[in-house]
Design a binder for this molecule. Structure first.
Ligand SMILES: [Zn+2]
Length: 289
């Protein structure tokens, strides 16, 4: 557990995203949820011993940010309207409950009994939604919840001015590999500019340690590097299949290794990134012509 503000905490050592919480004078606000069921329940117990959890705000639809929502069935879930629409599709993207239970036998045997447990229905999507922005007040804290599409379409940042902190989800990967498998890279770069304009000392990224706004430049460069590489393929008329026959110089685009138990996806991710960016760059080129 890492303190990132006077009353703000994040967990950077869990497999998956950095789930976080803010302790207000009127209860807790969570940002995303722990991916491993037992971690989620232990979190809930620790918090509820002190105060109720008032809100759980999701930053994006990827499984490592939303699967743990199941273990907070009484908590008001907040998220972008598009996240509400696609929640179940993303939740089931990695298989049925039976398949997840089988996988949990490897990931965390102690959590197997909690997968598909009748007290914890797997789908707990946002009920309180917004389109551009939503401000919540709790105790002495303000939560500016902002739509920042980029890494995903419903991507959301949570700015807590009293803490000097913004929680970005995966629009920021701090010194670990950047996932661009479904992003709109131009929206993402615009979102980074908007994050840079916020008056904050601390950024809590989706993965990796907390950082300052100084890192946003480096994050933008990694996105620009990938776009530049794939633009050169598109300009030469090279298809993704042809491009992927040769090894891609991944570390020239993004110097950081993949983290949080995601190494089995390292090579596959390169293919996904090239295909996504190729499609988007080609569409943009054709729209211009
Ligand atoms: Zn993500």
């Amino acid at each position: 557990m890492r303190r990132v503000g006077k009353n703000s905490f994040t967990e950077i050592y869990f497999p998956g995203c950095n789930p976080s919480f803010i302790e207000t004078s009127d209860g807790y606000v969570m940002i995303d949820s722990p991916q491993i069921p037992l971690d989620a329940l232990k979190w809930r117990e620790r918090m509820e011993e002190k105060a109720p959890i008032r809100y759980l705000i999701n930053t994006e639809p990827h499984g490592d940010h939303i699967t743990g929502n199941a273990y907070f069935p009484q908590v008001q879930v907040v998220g972008h309207i598009k996240l509400q629409e696609c929640f179940d599709r993303y939740l089931t993207a990695f298989g049925s409950i039976e398949e997840k239970r089988e996988r949990m036998k490897q990931t965390d045997p102690d959590s197997v009994w909690l997968v598909g447990h009748p007290d914890y229905p797997p789908s707990n999507p946002p009920k309180l939604t917004f389109t551009d922005e939503l401000t919540l007040h709790l105790g002495n804290h303000t939560f500016h919840i902002i739509h920042h599409p980029g890494h995903t379409a419903p991507q959301t940042s949570i700015h807590v001015p009293e803490e000097g902190v913004v929680f970005t989800g995966d629009n920021v990967f701090y010194k670990c590999r950047t996932w661009l498998q479904e992003c709109d890279p131009w929206e993402w770069l615009a979102a980074l500019d908007q994050l840079n304009a916020l008056d904050v000392e601390t950024i809590v990224p989706g993965h990796g340690e907390q950082c300052s706004k100084a890192y946003l430049k480096e994050q933008a460069q990694i996105i620009a590097n990938w776009v530049g590489l794939v633009e050169r393929f598109v300009d030469r008329g090279v298809t993704p299949d042809e491009a992927l026959k040769e090894p891609i110089a991944v570390t020239k685009q993004d110097p950081y290794p993949i983290g949080q138990r995601l190494f089995p996806h390292d090579e596959r991710l390169t293919g996904l990134i090239v295909r996504n960016l190729h499609k988007r760059i080609l569409e943009k080129k054709e729209a211009r012509a």
